[in-house]
Design a binder for this molecule. Structure first.
Ligand code: PXG
Length: 461
């Protein structure tokens, strides 16, 4: 395959990267000691190439985002055309642009009827920051300014900015920068494999939902603004809640008049086999943040869809929402997102996910017989493999993350990208992955699990 940056001097690039490039979520000293970063040069469909010309199966679709697969020329063409016509103009001060209008209308048309307004941002983090300000502003306008508390879940991921990392339930993130912000509280996650003990998944789902009601009562129902959750937690380890969970949380939110926010940054645009995760999991959200799948990662863009009953309060107050970004509704990013959605629809890629899901589940499930696998689960094209020391008791290996790290490194050595969330391996392949590529993925995953077994079997007695 040809690509623009031919003849890469890998050594020189890596040396410069080590000196000048501060990577996100990276232990730099350790990365440099191990020889530095891998240089990814080009990609096609579900495959990446690095500067040493290794061809790698990307079972993570980048970072859960390149849903339509790499190498789509029409998205590059859409960006090119838009940048020639109008590379930038803002959407503040009563101006708009053609792609921003078209994308707002398109996104609204994909959502249930009650959603007609879309606020544009540049990332999932910005979408969730926007929501913290929006829901508090909404309750102030509604004459209930004391409703400030937002309930989130432990081990959730909602982004990396101050407000979105506060909504997230990652302790190692809260430990840096004095988080969470006041008024953001966390409750038990619906993670049956890790926390369900002897309960049936259905009973455990109800128990985890009860934690939301308990927290509402503890904080005072008149103090709670909203509950936020990913329909399926992604970065937490592809945690698929029991079927009882979201309908019960939904019922509780309705009972106490609390807004429900479905973070669709990973699940949105087809990953669960329906357009949005809330449709698959039985939620009826009032606000929907989205990003990644909106443009399949081809351009940085996110959005927040807001239900009519919230907009009515904002409009009736005749007040300005004092919030926005230079690049809210960026014309190039909107044009790319529109072309991405056209491809999703024309190639019926959401239907393809639904169609592939049973095959993916069956193949992934075939790994459950492996001695270090406690569970292999999936929903749509989201998958997880739980690495354990004891299959019966679900006990983990010592030093959280060590077994996962061994597995991830063994995958890479074998040209497969599968991410480790502590000791849970996670998968989120592009929607264009083929059945043969799923077979290969599972074959390579098994080899990596063998490597974990070889390294740690001495601890399994
Ligand atoms: N919500 C969810 C559900 C996410 O998964 C965000 C919000 C934040 O989006 P931005 O665009 O600000 O990154 C995310 C992002 C990982 C990983 O290691 C996951 C994400 C981002 C980076 C790394 O799994 N999810």
């Amino acid at each position: 395959m040809t690509f623009q940056a031919q003849n890469v001097n890998t050594e020189e690039l890596v040396a410069l990267d080590n000196v000048h490039h501060f990577h996100p979520f990276t232990n730099h000293a350790a990365m440099v000691k191990e020889g530095g970063a891998r240089v990814i040069t080009h990609a096609d469909k579900a495959w990446l190439w690095d500067s040493n010309n290794r061809k790698i199966l990307d079972a993570m679709a980048g970072l859960w985002c390149v849903n339509i697969g790499y190498g789509r020329k029409s998205l590059a063409d859409a960006a090119h055309r838009q940048m020639l016509d109008l590379p930038y103009y803002n959407t503040f001060f009563k101006t708009t642009t053609i792609p921003a209008v078209q994308l707002a209308e398109k996104v609204a048309s994909l959502l249930p009827e009650r959603f007609n307004k879309v606020f544009f941002v540049n990332s999932g983090s910005e979408a969730n920051d926007t929501i913290v300000r929006l829901v508090r502003h909404y309750w102030e306008l509604k004459g209930q300014p004391e409703r400030k508390v937002i309930i989130a879940r432990h081990n959730a991921y909602h982004g990396s900015t101050m407000a979105s990392a506060s909504l997230g339930g990652m302790q190692h993130m809260h430990a840096q920068g004095g988080l969470p912000l006041p008024g953001i509280v966390h409750v038990q996650q619906p993670y049956w494999f890790a926390e369900g003990g002897d309960m049936s998944p259905e009973d455990f789902g109800l128990k985890a939902a009860q934690a939301v009601e308990d927290k509402i009562k503890e904080m005072g129902a008149d103090k709670v603004a909203a509950v936020i959750g990913e329909p399926i937690q992604g970065a937490g380890g592809v945690i698929i809640p029991p079927a009882t969970y979201w309908p019960e949380v939904q019922r509780i939110c309705k009972e106490y008049g609390v807004l429900l926010i479905a973070d669709e940054v990973i699940c949105g645009f087809g990953r669960t086999g329906k357009l949005f995760g809330f449709e698959s999991l039985g939620m009826e959200p009032d606000i929907v943040p989205m990003a990644k799948g909106l443009s399949s990662g081809y351009a940085p863009i996110g959005a927040v869809a807001i239900a009519d009953h919230i907009m009515e309060v904002i409009d009736a107050a005749d007040s300005e929402f004092a919030h926005g970004f230079t690049y809210s509704g960026h014309p190039m990013a909107c044009a790319v997102a529109l072309e991405n959605i056209r491809i999703l629809e024309d190639e019926k890629l959401v239907e393809r996910v639904a169609d592939l899901a049973p095959y993916f589940a069956e193949k992934l499930g075939s790994l459950s017989d492996h001695p270090v696998v406690g569970e292999a689960r999936s929903f749509g094209l989201l998958g997880a493999i739980e690495i354990v020391k004891n299959k019966q008791t679900r006990e983990r290996f010592a030093e959280e993350g060590r077994a996962g790290g061994i597995c991830r490194d063994a995958c890479l050595a074998n040209d497969l990208i599968m991410r480790a969330c502590r000791d849970t391996m996670v998968l989120s392949p592009p929607f264009v992955i083929t059945r043969e590529e799923i077979d290969l993925l599972v074959e390579r995953a098994r080899i990596a699990l063998d490597a974990v077994y070889d390294a740690l079997k001495g601890e399994m007695v």
